[in-house]
Write a protein that binds this ligand. Structure first.
Ligand code: C2O
Ligand code: CU
Ligand code: CU
Length: 488
């Protein structure tokens, strides 16, 4: 009998070819291979969708309710909705304004945004703006929820440079399920520097949220905590393996991994070069050319892809080369169909931005991430040996200090990543070596494969208050892998 483990092993052998060693891949696959996992048991799976049979939607850009006084004010309602994800099937999801994923907010540095969120769900919610520098009262802390029928106002000062940010639910114990069921959206912050560059823009600048999901045979979403192996339907902007009709010219693609747990390792099917221009905290200092890139949950990558190198009629697939799941299930993310020619005045400058030099560090700390990985039910996940306790301050930081944190994944099998609220940081080293292109910009989330160590530096010179840091595999943070930092 073919066990799930051997199937996954085969998937690994097929998809891992040549790109990276099985040592890098195995953890992502093995962590999924617990055959006794209740998550894999009784639900009848949805029928497979034919890849590239639906178009990629682009979430609507939200119009402000008011722009008075130099402030853009928005209203959103958190509510259940029935939307078409799988072709011809209505699926109940949780949404901002009925949109799956949520509508995009476009903001400009120096111009504040206020969002009034009304909770029309039957559970408490908390809206976090991931990657943003915001006062504690607008951070969307896990414990700072607003209940059904309430409206909560979040104020975003936007006193930070351009960045591809995103908003998502963060209500303690429910954030993983809420995000899985649809509570996430893009918040694209721009500034004069970014606008001065000749990068692809307007209709040629497209946010694409990648994630996985699990459906039953009636098309309902199935959420089970830590269900790594069950979530094998890939969605891009809320549709399964869509196609996008493109012109033969350059596009800026802003990829976000909004999965709870899935890591992507992405490439183009013809092996063509990808030009990465940005990461979590905006543009890289210089473009980075690669044939494949990682995207762990919560991370963002801005790419420029030049479809001008293809003839009209060509099709190129964005592929994923890591499990869990078979290549048939999770090997193809979406397809670009080159359907017309177009003028292309855009270009990618050799220098994109200059980051300020790092100040001399004033403190050093280490942070250990680890979870129970024996496959037992009730497994927990820890930071420095402790599960999240909202009444405990784990790290106390002096306002203004610039700190180096050495963050280690102490697991042998489970991948993690690491996200800090409030700040962007710089990666100083990954496993002792200087960071490569994708990590030379500003980051708020870094991947940590089993055994990996990353040194990062950040400066706490904006807001004082209490903020969380956590693994952004949201099922892990819900299992306890989250802690608190107080800046005084
Ligand atoms: Cu996307 Cu606590 O973060
Ligand atoms: Cu965050
Ligand atoms: Cu984790």
């Amino acid at each position: 009998m073919t066990t799930r483990r051997s199937m996954l092993g085969a998937a690994l052998a097929t998809t891992g070819a040549g790109l990276f060693t099985s040592a890098a891949l195995a953890p992502l696959v093995l962590a999924a291979a617990r055959e006794d996992d209740p998550a894999t048991a009784p639900v009848a799976a949805a029928p497979r969708v034919t890849p590239f049979s639906v178009p990629l939607p682009v979430p609507p850009v939200l119009a402000p309710a008011s722009t008075k006084g130099g402030v853009d004010t928005y209203r959103m309602t958190l509510r259940p909705a029935r939307v078409e994800i799988l072709p011809g099937v209505r699926t109940e999801v949780l949404t901002y304004n009925g949109s799956f994923p949520g509508p995009t907010i476009r903001a400009r540095s120096g111009r504040p945004v206020v969002v009034h969120h009304t909770n029309a769900l039957d559970v408490p919610a908390s809206v976090h703006l991931h990657g943003a520098s915001v006062p504690q009262t607008s951070d969307g802390d896990p414990m700072d929820t607003f209940g059904p029928g309430r409206t909560r106002t979040y104020t975003y000062p936007n006193r930070q440079p351009h960045a591809s940010l995103w908003y998502h639910d963060h209500a303690h114990h429910s954030e993983a399920e809420h995000v899985f069921r649809g509570l996430s959206g893009s918040y694209l912050l721009t500034d004069d520097l970014e606008q001065s560059l000749p990068l692809p823009s307007g209709a040629y600048d497209i946010p694409i949220a990648l994630r996985d999901a699990r459906f039953d045979d009636r098309g309902a979403l199935v959420y089970v905590m830590d269900d790594v192996p069950g979530r094998t339907t890939l969605l891009a902007n809320g549709r399964p393996q869509p196609y996008l009709k493109v012109a033969a010219r350059k596009y800026r693609l802003r990829l976000l991994n909004s999965s709870n747990m899935r890591f992507f390792h992405l490439r183009l099917s013809d092996g063509a070069a990808l030009t990465q221009i940005g990461s979590d905290g905006g543009l890289l200092p210089a473009p980075y050319t690669t044939d494949a890139l990682w995207l762990s949950p919560g991370e963002r990558v801005d790419l420029v892809v030049d479809f001008g190198r293809y003839p009209v009629g060509a099709q190129v697939v964005l592929e994923n080369t890591v499990g869990p799941g078979t290549p048939e299930e999770v090997g193809q993310v979406m397809r670009f169909d080159v359907v017309r020619t177009a003028a292309d005045p855009s270009s990618v400058p050799a220098r994109l931005r200059t980051l300020p030099p790092l100040p001399a560090p004033t403190a050093r700390r280490s942070v250990h991430l680890r979870m129970d990985e024996d496959g037992s039910a009730g497994a927990r996940a820890y930071i420095d040996g402790k599960v999240y306790d909202p009444d405990r301050i784990d790290i106390s930081v002096r306002h203004g200090s610039s700190e180096i944190w050495t963050v280690t994944n102490a697991n042998k099998l489970a991948p993690h990543n690491f996200h800090l609220h409030l700040v962007q940081f710089r990666v100083l080293t990954r496993n002792g070596a200087p960071p490569e292109g994708p990590e030379t910009g500003l980051k708020d989330t870094v991947r940590l494969l089993p055994g990996e160590t990353v040194e990062l530096q950040t400066t706490f010179d904006t807001y004082r208050g209490t903020y969380v840091y956590h693994c952004h595999m949201l099922d892990h943070s819900a299992m306890g892998m989250m802690a608190q930092l107080r800046i005084r």
